[in-house]
Design a protein. Structure first.
Length: 317
């Protein structure tokens, strides 16, 4: 059963917004673009694995979670977590094309493309070891005792595993079902009732990775971020306010609420609070009363009064 289905993270949403609004000649633009492409590939792989798990049937009850972030000795994020009466399983999904080699001493994953280009990545083996350790800490603190396993999953056959790891399980997506069925289920550490309690425990402990605003997280000057309201049709950043509407000078699209997404992007990438003046500057507005109306209707948390009023957004996703 899928308890926490695949969903795009707020971090991905923020990263997309930052890449869109960062000036192209910024020294960090190419690095952020590469980071975005890696995250997009990762999301595609995780979505594919979660879609596969929706069709999996096992001879026992299981719960699957996508993108679980927990705090043990530190904050850590698991791509996919499965819990059963018999074990917990962590899947670290790697959507990496090309010829893959797992190396040790030091641990590293390298990829060679058909063009001959070679890239190196952090070892998913070390990631899994850390996740298993931290999850054990959390389970013990909650009074749950259950074996925890881990596997690196490649979702697509465009990955060719030339040198597999010697100690870590590596699977392709279509191997997941048979692999899970082979795991030991002779003894049942948890009753079904306790398994349900563990599911609730994980959901209650789940937190979100929120390094917002990203300009601060990546040490980017906010002045290097492009301001303006994005068109809901052609994505031009620079809609104009006309009476009660926003109008796009490029495609002539008219919208009454195009500013809603832009306000959210402000908090994700620009600053963690907004005043009437800052609202007018970021949305390219001239009317302080219009800015006040927008802020009041944006479901924000207000502090202060009159000219000292500031607003914040609470992210719950």
């Amino acid at each position: 059963m899928i308890v926490k289905p695949y969903a795009q993270t707020l971090y991905m949403e923020a990263l997309i917004s930052l890449n869109k609004r960062l000036k192209k000649n910024h020294p960090k633009y190419l690095t952020l673009r590469e980071d975005l492409n890696r995250n997009i590939a990762g999301d595609i792989g995780e979505e594919a694995v979660m879609s596969f798990l929706q069709k999996v049937k096992l001879p026992y009850k299981f719960f699957a979670f996508h993108n679980i972030s927990l705090f043990g000795e530190s904050l850590f994020q698991m791509d996919i977590l499965i819990i059963t009466q018999y074990y917990a399983m962590i899947f670290e999904v790697k959507n990496i094309q090309g010829e893959i080699e797992f190396k040790s001493h030091p641990y590293q994953l390298s990829r060679t493309l058909s063009t001959g280009v070679r890239n190196s990545f952090d070892s998913p083996e070390i990631q899994l070891q850390e996740y298993i350790y931290q999850l054990n800490v959390i389970f013990k603190a909650g009074g749950f005792s259950i074996p925890i396993y881990g596997a690196v999953v490649f979702p697509f056959s465009s990955s060719y595993i030339k040198t597999p790891p010697s100690e870590t399980t590596v699977l392709f997506r279509n191997e997941i079902k048979s692999y899970l069925r082979k795991l030991k289920t002779h003894d049942s550490p948890l009753s079904l009732e306790v398994l349900d309690s563990l599911k609730k425990f994980i959901l209650n402990k789940t937190t979100n990775y929120k390094p917002f605003p990203l300009a601060q997280h990546f040490a980017i000057n906010p002045d290097d971020i492009i301001k303006g309201v994005e068109c809901t049709i052609c994505n031009l950043v620079g809609m104009k306010k006309v009476a009660r509407h926003w109008i796009c000078p490029k495609c002539r699209n008219i919208s009454t609420n195009a500013h809603t997404k832009t306000i959210k992007e402000y908090f994700l990438i620009y600053k963690d609070s907004i005043s009437n003046t800052e609202c007018r500057q970021f949305l390219n507005l001239n009317n302080m009363y219009e800015a006040n109306r927008i802020l009041k209707n944006a479901n924000l948390i207000k502090t202060g009064k009159y000219k000292d009023a500031k607003y914040k957004m609470e992210f719950i996703k």
